[in-house]
Design a protein around this ligand. Structure first.
Ligand SMILES: [Zn+2]
Length: 349
């Protein structure tokens, strides 16, 4: 059988109790993380001139694209707080259009405790699963849902949205875009810049609900709003802030041409496109990887064991399989890892 990259020719999940006992495994590593980045002072964001907590708006006074940069959609990802606060202090107003900076979940950030840094991800629920019209227009309330409703008008006017995130487990930075050509173009225009991650990933969404980048404004057929998420590195590392700042600077420098033509004026290299093919959900509480895979690693061979899950073994289904942000301690029912393959051309939609 030929083994072309991208061809599926090995089952992902095989029940194999005897074999799984003989394979090495890392078990479930303890959750102890290095918090190398101090907590930022975000006091200027509490009652800003915009009148909306967490929102700063810089208006050039000239016609141009609406640029929106969001951070701390997850309250404990405060590298994004640093990036936006540093930017706010520099007052780099774009030459055209309007720039809106949003610290999305200050309520959750206020709960941050370095002895349990995972706690402050959200207060009631994940703010990055609430952006479907039915949730936003529904009758239920939570800290995050109410906040999403406040921010929604700012999101719905964005020509270009950059949503800054970071990761708990080690992972190569990458851009993630919804499956729309116009957003693939935005991701590529950013990824082609210096000192930015080259990978632009299109994925399958999240089972728990719509992310901010999947707001109807960015998904509508025939619409013009482009969205892109940046996973910029580990949550509490100074290097992550730098990647975020590089992305903001490039977005602002190239905003007009990205908005009008779907591309940047310069490209130091080609972006590398990848598409998620599978979401691997942990079915058992004992899910564990056979080694501490880092996000972005490419496994050369189909049929390489990745993880144990109960009596199942999880394998790579095809050659050159990329692991996207492995969660080394997934809870039962939680996403453990996504599998992706490189693709030559962006998908059309
Ligand atoms: Zn996040």
């Amino acid at each position: 059988m030929s083994c072309k990259a991208g061809q599926r020719h090995h089952p992902i999940r095989i029940r194999q109790p005897r074999l799984s006992e003989t394979l090495p495994g890392i078990g479930r590593p303890p959750v102890t993380f290095r918090v190398a980045l101090p907590v930022p002072d975000l006091s200027e964001w509490r009652q800003p001139p915009s009148g909306i907590s967490g929102v700063w708006i810089f208006d050039s006074g000239h016609t141009g694209p609406e640029i929106v940069v969001t951070a701390m959609v997850h309250g404990n990802e405060y590298a994004g707080g640093w990036a936006l606060e540093n930017f706010r202090r520099r007052e780099l107003v774009p030459s055209a259009g309007r720039l809106t900076l949003i610290l999305a979940n200050l309520h959750a950030f206020d709960r941050f405790d370095a002895t349990d840094p995972v706690l402050a991800r959200h207060v009631d629920e994940d703010l990055n699963r609430l952006w479907h019209p039915t949730r936003l227009a529904g009758r239920d309330h939570s800290v995050e849902l109410d906040r999403a409703r406040v921010l929604q008008p700012l999101i719905a006017r964005a020509d270009l949205l950059l949503d800054l995130h970071s990761t708990l487990w080690p992972s190569e930075p990458l851009f993630i875009v919804p499956p729309r050509q116009r957003s693939v173009e935005l991701g590529c225009a950013l990824a082609e810049g210096d000192n930015l991650p080259p990978t632009v990933l299109t994925d399958l969404g999240h089972q728990g609900g719509s992310r901010l980048i999947e707001h109807a404004h960015f998904m509508a057929a025939g619409g013009t709003g482009r969205s892109c998420l940046l996973e910029a590195g580990s949550h509490w590392e100074p290097a992550t802030v730098q990647v975020m700042e590089n992305a903001i600077m490039r977005l602002i420098a190239q905003a007009e041409t990205i908005h009008l033509r779907g591309q940047a004026t310069d490209a130091t290299r080609e972006a590398e496109l990848a598409v998620v093919t599978d979401n691997i959900i942990a079915r058992h509480t004992d899910f564990s990887f056979v080694q501490s895979w880092e996000g972005g690693v490419i496994i050369p061979k189909a049929g390489t064991p990745l993880a144990h899950d109960g009596e199942d073994l999880i394998y790579t289904p095809y050659d050159e399989c990329m692991l996207i942000m492995p969660n080394l301690r997934p809870r039962r029912g939680q996403l453990a890892v996504r599998l992706a393959r490189r693709t030559a051309a962006p998908l059309r939609s």
